[in-house]
Design a protein around this ligand. Sequence first.
Ligand SMILES: Nc1ncnc2c1ncn2[C@@H]1O[C@H](COP(=O)(O)OP(=O)(O)OP(=O)(O)O)[C@@H](O)[C@H]1O
Length: 237
Amino acid sequence: MTIRTESLVHRYGDAVAVDDVTLTVEDGEFVVLAGANGSGKTTLVRHFDGLLEPDAGEVVVDGLSVPENLVAARSAVGMVFQDPRDQFVAATVGADVAFGPENLGLPRAEITERVADALAAVNMAGRGDDRVDELSGGEQERVAIAGALAMRPSHLVLDEPFTGLDAPARDAVVDRLAALRDAGTSVVVVTHDLRDVCALADRVVVMADGRVVADGTPDALGDALERYDVRPPDRGC
Ligand SMILES: Nc1ncnc2c1ncn2[C@@H]1O[C@H](COP(=O)(O)OP(=O)(O)OP(=O)(O)O)[C@@H](O)[C@H]1O
């Protein structure tokens, strides 16, 4: 169970946003995708579930070509986008988390079970009737993660999940991600700030100008991070 890109290229008009990226995220791995603003991180991960089409190269999830198997890719890869408010589709927490499983056409009892499990996994058990617009930023982020989890993905990709969160909310999200990784879900976190996730990361992949310029354990990368405008943790990992 892997996410793999092979010589992936994505262009917006004449501008190359992802430039010949070959990358594998292994089963159960926790990967941080780092790099300065505009380095191509969001564009790259949007290929993992076929939201964008490659201009060249391949994207393969769990052995299947993503562009040719969009439904399978979107079931296998859960995505949490940059601003959770942009992805809510219902007024209440429970209805929002149920939306994905409902679209899969699952029986009501299974939907109820998935919603309860997903909310429990993000420490929001029993909050199904709360209005999403009345939650704190950290709670909204966790509901967005629950929405992805309710699809029971084998991979979870989060784009800047800590933006706008205060320290306790960041800690709560980090705790949830650690628990998910321990339960066997591979996790990809897009960020330009390593402080929150360094301790969890098996690997840090750094992008600059659309290319992968460094790939290794947080310790091995060390000083290279600052060179590429990635904020390293204040006291190491
Ligand atoms: N829809 C789009 N149309 C045209 N150019 C785009 C579009 N989206 C991104 N780009 C450009 O592609 C490049 C890569 O952007 P991308 O958002 O993938 O980078 P990023 O590393 O995720 O940055 P950020 O942290 O700011 O989201 C940038 O130069 C950006 O301006």
